[in-house]
Design a protein around this ligand. Structure first.
Ligand code: TRP
Length: 334
């Protein structure tokens, strides 16, 4: 008789425990789905306007929305654009942080660097950063260790130069055009030189301090059979100048992004820029839900799709190998 009572009370206790566990889990899940009334605040700092970064930024908002964070409902999104100006970036970073947002998003390396100078506490999401370790933003991709995590786009330079070899089999010398003021460009230049050797191209560096020097730099190129452009914001922003100068000298361009192919490059293997933003937005939502940036691995995109500009292919009389033609997406200006 006693035993029965004891068993019964143990049973009741177990049922209550299980019940409250589920109630707790449900509660957690609903806040995870951003169903709570509380409005969170995210502030985005974009380095400069160029089509790729604009796509990434739209992606961030889409990724947040897909994760349940909708503007005007449960999230407030602040935005500033540094217009490629370091001193503006610094002032804007301070302003954004004064509002004590729940998370910050930096789009492009200079924006993240500027935010990182201002706070070690507020989470900073990496928006398509080429080399977070090389630029000392995180300890490692696996364990970032501080207040930053997010998305890294590692340009598939090997595949891009392989494609260059296929399309321009006669080319010998590759000119690398990049900005000397962007930390994100340098590691890519080194990598491009390594991969160029692999494809038996010789290389020459053309570093420009700002977009003002692009025109004269291209005019002064001799013996350059094609121009390679890394994921460089200054170049992405000046693509129309680059294309018109290179066209004058009949130098084909192999850029590192599909959008630059659309703008007049010949071809590339490119990573979807909007997708980079969506993933950044989703990871931002995870952090708003409580994920710790220090322990959230940086997500790496390093595979792309082949994009070809038909008009440029015709201009340079390029024979598209069948394999390339089959897998390529054709993009054109307009
Ligand atoms: N990866 C660049 C950086 O770290 C930013 C970037 C993303 C970019 N997509 C791009 C630059 C396309 C030029 C073109 O700053």
């Amino acid at each position: 008789m006693k035993n029965k009572k004891l068993l019964l009370s143990i049973g009741v206790v177990i049922v209550v425990l299980i019940g409250s566990f589920f109630a707790f889990e449900l509660g957690k899940r609903s806040s995870g789905n951003a169903q709570t009334e509380e409005v969170q605040k995210v502030s985005i700092l974009q380095y400069v306007s160029h089509p790729s970064l604009d796509d990434i930024r739209q992606g961030v908002e889409d990724g947040l929305a897909q994760s349940g964070y909708k503007e005007g409902e449960n999230i407030e999104i602040g935005f500033q654009n540094g217009q490629g100006d370091q001193s503006k970036l610094a002032t804007m970073s301070q302003q954004l942080i004064e509002d004590s947002p729940d998370a910050l998003v930096g789009i492009a390396t200079p924006a993240v660097q500027s935010l990182a100078n201002e706070t070690n506490d507020i989470p900073i999401m990496l928006g398509a950063i080429a080399d977070p370790v090389g630029n000392d933003l995180v300890d490692s991709m696996e364990e970032p260790g501080g207040n930053m995590t997010g998305v890294s786009n590692q340009v598939p330079i090997d595949q891009q130069l392989e494609l260059a070899k296929q399309l321009l089999p006669e080319a010998e010398n590759m000119g690398i055009l990049y900005s000397s003021s962007e930390d994100n460009a340098k590691p890519q230049v080194v990598e491009a030189e390594k991969e160029a050797e692999e494809q038996e191209f010789t290389t020459e560096r053309y570093a420009v301090p700002s977009s003002n020097e692009i025109q004269q730099t291209i005019q002064a190129m001799d013996d350059v059979d094609f121009i390679y452009i890394p994921n460089d914001n200054t170049m992405a922003n000046a693509m129309s100048t680059i294309v018109s100068e290179a066209d004058k000298k009949d130098i084909p361009i192999i850029p590192s992004v599909d959008i630059m192919v659309e703008e007049g490059g010949v071809a590339t293997v490119g990573i979807d820029q909007h997708e980079l933003g969506v993933k950044t937005g989703e990871m931002t939502a995870d952090v708003l839900d409580g994920a710790d940036p220090a322990e959230t691995p940086v997500y790496v995109y390093d595979e792309g799709k082949t994009y070809v500009n038909q008009e440029q292919v015709e201009k340079y009389g390029i024979d598209l190998p069948e394999a390339v033609e089959e897998e390529a997406e054709f993009v054109d200006e307009e």
